[in-house]
Design a protein around this ligand. Sequence first.
Ligand SMILES: [Zn+2]
Length: 452
Amino acid sequence: MVAPGFIDPHTHYDRDIVPWSQDPEQSLILPAIMQGVTTVFVGVDGSGHPAIAETLSNADKKGIGPNVAAYVGFGAVRSMVLGYSDKAPDAEELISMKKLVGKGMCEGAFGFSTGLFYSPQSYSTKDEVITLAGEAASRGGIYDSHLRDESSYTVGLQGAVQELIDIGHATSMPVHIAHIKALGVDVHGESLDVIGLVEKAQASGLAVTADQYPWIASGTSISAALLPRWAQVGGEAEMLARLQDAEQGREIRKAMAENLRRRGGPDSLLLSNRVKQDLIGKTLQDLSEEWGLDPVEAAVKVLEMGGAGVASFNQSEDDVKRFMKQAWVMTSSDASAGHPRKYASYATKYAKYVKQEKTITTAEFVHSSTGLAADSLGLQDRGYLKEGYFADVVVFSPEDYAPRATFLDPEILSAGVVDVIVNGEFAVREGEPTGLSPGRGLKHTPLVGTCD
Ligand SMILES: [Zn+2]
């Protein structure tokens, strides 16, 4: 089967393309390339550094497997100006932040990304986000957001979708929901309501899209999953001190117990990385039994050890499938360590949801992984097999294209990709990586609005 090279709108390969990453294989980004992915977006969830020109030229100089496109991120901008404070910016600070967003856009960012769920971005108001997003809107960018709430933590899933839509209306820019999901038992089934909200906004003329990784488990950290955001103000040392404080410690533990319930209980959190090797692959329930502590105290102990990455099993298959069927939902991986999604999202969507479950057709799988992303995110001359377009192409075997990574062994390359061509050069030939790095740093064009 021959298809346009897949486009991944939400990844965390930022560190693989910096000049100081030593391992030359790292910048080939084989977890993506070996699934047929030829373009990846970085700087998502608000993590994108505004030095976009440097990011793109580093990628070019270093030599990368797939093409790289970048967002300028709210978290990076806010922490540069306000640190990890929960205060609102004053007029001068707001101007500093606006300048950083504008600079990133002028250097080729595709838009403004936020991760309003995460500290310190969670401390912002909608108006602050609108002001900064406007800097991207006036230069033709899109708004990409990890929502303030994918569950029932604060404003609720639907409240957070409405906030994204409000930001789109206020700035007249296309808005995009990162890794769309209904997270946690309180919101299972709300995919229906979310789809309703999106369709209503689309009917009113707003461009709204989303991406999705095809898994019922998300990947996050134990602190992001369980801690209330007020406990994180000021950073990790202050958070640990609050855990020791009698009164605040009690309040934090109460909130953690509620967050654990919301996510599906101690069996639903699997320690996956960023923690001592012998704890990887264990659930919070396992640790609780092993240590003779209740699950919240076991989580506190993990936090005191420096925290951990977790796979959090918190979605329903029905919601995953319902979102996947929408014509405005594209494929993504949210590639990060400790979750098979990095190595196997595209292969899983095909093997499981096209071939096995028949949730979507092959054509829908290909379009949601290519042209839909190119059209929605502003990638020019990519995403289709057309004369005059860049030759980003994947050839895969329909029989063999399948994931091999699992939750207990998440770092295994997927099977079944035969050839991958990026910008006309082979990155994979007859099933083997060529070692070439034909990817480029992609600049958003055409640039509109003012730049120095
Ligand atoms: Zn995210």
